[in-house]
Design a protein around this ligand. Structure first.
Ligand code: NIG
Ligand code: FE
Length: 407
């Protein structure tokens, strides 16, 4: 056997059914193992004992650490300008998120700052958030627009997202979220704004700036009918859809996204039983955003047991954004998914690997399997549960992206 890179002395959390993940072997674990890489892809997986004569250009000794798929953050708004800690202070005096939004704060406050920022300023302000995720083992990041709300500003956000990915060799999935809030120039005429959102989508798609389409279905945002209009345009362009759904109330958005065979319904604290059945049938992933739940002091927990019993895949993400989740820690989101939502640490790791990959429509990522992308993380931990247990400790030893070491 010949490898470009061979990782030895690792314990693997494969998150792969072939190694028993989901079928009785926690994490699809393989102890005392090795993994070979050829041309940026995983070429061989097995125990050290099975490793026969081979040649490797590069050898990485994991020294008994754990090797997992690199993490994927499948829901972020990390490209934005400005700062909303003033709203944090207001919320602490008892003013709620909806009231702040209705008074021109919230998303619209970030829209003002993002519109004003130049491309360079936006890039510069977003970069530390982007790198903080990468430095914690994240090799795929979904980034949404949605703080521009006009064609040029939405384009600027998506271009910044694209450039961040290109400059740092990170897989960035760009999501068009122009239907995030009603901009001031369309106050009182949401339908006219949705018409614009539908017109801009093919333009930005033709520029190579859109991988998926999202919207915010909520009383303070858009109705199910308005979201459906945007989704129909996405469908005509063969773009997958996802939705901010059931975050503050049950609008039936998750059922809508399932009816489009969408990738994911995200937030879903107020998800109904009927929509869980629809999501299960459409294989739509439930994206859990516990940091936003925590920051808003939400008390309604997503229906985890029911999602489990219908075998709906659950992903976990930071929701990194300036208002409801000023966090750049995917490990903290995993911890909160366990502590606040009672996920098991195994479910939380699946939520940031294999199920996050499903939520992004990337079947070649998120698991250790021959033929998959060699996006890997080596951790200095005793057990994979440590990734959900530890708070604020960076235990990443090495990040490997498409077979190449980042450090
Ligand atoms: O995912 N729910 C809507 N969008 C974001 C919040 C955006 C903001 O407050 O800036 C979210 O929570
Ligand atoms: Fe969000």
């Amino acid at each position: 056997m010949r490898f470009d890179t061979l990782i030895i002395n690792a314990n693997l959390a494969t998150m792969n059914e072939e190694f028993g993940f989901g079928r009785g072997t926690a994490y699809g674990a393989v102890a005392n193992a090795a993994l070979g890489i050829v041309d940026g892809k995983i070429a061989w997986i097995g125990s050290m004992a099975e490793l026969s004569t081979h040649h490797a250009d590069e050898r990485i000794d994991a020294c008994g650490g754990w090797l997992t798929p690199a993490l994927l953050d499948c829901h972020t708004h990390l490209v934005y300008a400005g700062n909303r800690s003033d709203e944090f202070e207001m919320r602490l005096t008892g003013v709620d998120y909806t009231t702040i939004a209705k008074n021109g704060g919230g998303i619209l406050s970030t829209v003002r700052a993002t519109r004003q920022a130049s491309f360079e300023q936006l890039y510069e302000q977003s970069l530390p958030r982007f790198l903080a995720l990468v430095n914690q083992g994240v090799a795929t990041i979904e980034i949404k627009s949605g703080y521009g709300l006009d064609l040029d500003s939405e384009r600027k956000m998506l271009q910044v997202a694209k450039k961040l990915g290109e400059d740092y060799g990170i897989s960035v999935q760009k999501t068009y979220l122009a239907a995030h809030a009603l901009p001031p120039e369309y106050q009182g005429d949401a339908d006219a704004y949705i018409e614009k959102v539908c017109q801009w989508l093919p333009i930005l798609h033709a520029e190579g700036l859109v991988d998926a389409v999202d919207a915010f279905c909520e009383k303070i945002a858009f109705t199910i009918e308005q979201v459906a209009r945007v989704f129909k345009v996405a469908q005509s362009l063969n773009l997958p859809v996802k939705l901010h759904a059931e975050q503050l109330s049950d609008m039936g958005g998750s059922g809508l996204v399932a009816s489009f065979r969408g990738l994911s319904a995200d937030h879903i604290e107020y998800l109904s039983s009927g929509d869980i059945v629809k999501m299960a049938a459409a294989d739509t992933v439930a994206v859990l955003l516990p940091t936003a739940f925590y920051c808003l002091r939400e008390t309604k927990v997503p229906p985890i047991d029911e999602l489990r019993s219908h075998a709906v895949k659950m992903a976990v993400s930071t929701d990194c954004n300036p208002g409801t989740s000023p966090s750049v820690s995917l490990m903290l989101a995993m911890n909160m998914a366990c502590t606040l939502f009672r996920l098991t640490p195994e479910e939380a790791l699946a939520g940031t690997t294999i199920h996050a990959a499903c939520a992004l429509g990337l079947p070649n990522k998120g698991k250790l399997a021959v033929g998959c992308d060699a996006d890997l993380a080596i951790w200095q931990i005793d057990r994979p549960a440590d990734l959900s247990y530890l708070i604020g400790q960076n235990v990443l030893k090495q990040l490997i992206i498409a077979g190449k070491s980042r450090h």
